[in-house]
Design a protein around this ligand. Structure first.
Ligand SMILES: O=C(O)CCC(=O)C(=O)O
Ligand SMILES: [Fe+2]
Length: 250
């Protein structure tokens, strides 16, 4: 059972961090897998800042160390509590998102995923929510933290109600809405980020001495592709428990 305050926070800000979802054992296993990726496909010598590995995690019944972060922990079940009675599809892909220090950077504004390029069919690559498992501590700012613009999932939906959901395609990097002051997401290794698809976000700087490591999954509700336009215009369309928590003031 997810606390109503957490559901409400997600509804209002567009993201939450849930502490202590993944244990040390699975964190260690994912860290070693990333070490292996770094050794086998190393980033260019002088590369600083974002460095990603995309990994297919679907299907063949193999124990996949990144997918375990989601499925062998409470993470997937927690994410489903935000959309119930809808169910989430098990994702086919994981993004290993590294941020290599020292990277002096402050993003100029947010982006929305899946627009450049859209899917081969021409559909914007919308999904329901981003789930991120933190593998390194980011308890203060400028440690490679994700930047977010709180509440922009709601202002984007208002924009798409006015301009039509297909305006998503011409909205990269982000629809022209009023932007609040951004926040850097603070978290510890083992915490879980859940962020609404339309929440404006971007890559931050890393002036710490540690390579920031997060594994992201892009989660979709069953059937999302059939009704994505409704989600673009009604931010909580897929988040029934969140809508209920926002509506209930007591
Ligand atoms: O590295 C991060 O934390 C964010 C990455 C991101 O926003 C993306 O790849 O779309
Ligand atoms: Fe992104």
């Amino acid at each position: 059972m997810i606390q109503p305050t957490l559901l409400r926070e997600f509804g209002q800000k567009g993201y939450v961090v849930i502490p202590g979802v993944v244990d040390q054992f699975l964190i260690g296993r994912a860290m070693r897998e990333i070490d292996r990726l770094l050794a086998e496909q190393p980033p260019a010598d002088r590369l600083r800042g974002p460095h990603f590995y995309w990994r297919g995690v679907g299907g063949d019944g193999q124990v996949e160390p990144f997918l375990l972060l989601l499925l062998e922990t409470p993470a997937f079940g927690i994410a489903e509590c935000f959309v119930s009675p809808a169910r989430l599809d098990v994702p086919q892909q994981a993004q290993v998102a590294l941020n290599i220090p020292t990277f002096h950077h402050r993003p100029g504004g947010p982006h929305i995923d899946g627009l450049t390029p859209p899917e081969p069919s021409g559909r914007p690559g919308t999904f329901t929510m981003l789930a991120g498992v933190f593998l390194t501590d980011q308890q203060s700012e400028d440690m490679g933290n994700l930047w977010v613009w709180p509440g922009t999932h709601l202002s984007s939906a208002a924009y798409f109600r006015e301009h039509g959901a297909d305006a998503l395609l011409s909205s990269a990097p982000y629809p022209p809405v009023m932007l609040p002051v951004p926040e850097q997401v603070l978290a510890r290794a083992g915490d879980l980020l859940l962020a609404h698809y339309m929440l404006g976000h971007n890559i931050g700087g890393n002036t710490s001495s540690t390579m920031r490591r997060v594994v992201y999954f892009r989660l979709q509700c069953n059937g999302h592709r059939q009704y994505w336009r409704e989600c673009a215009q009604d931010a909580l369309r897929e988040f029934q428990p969140v809508q209920a928590a926002v509506d209930c003031h007591y």
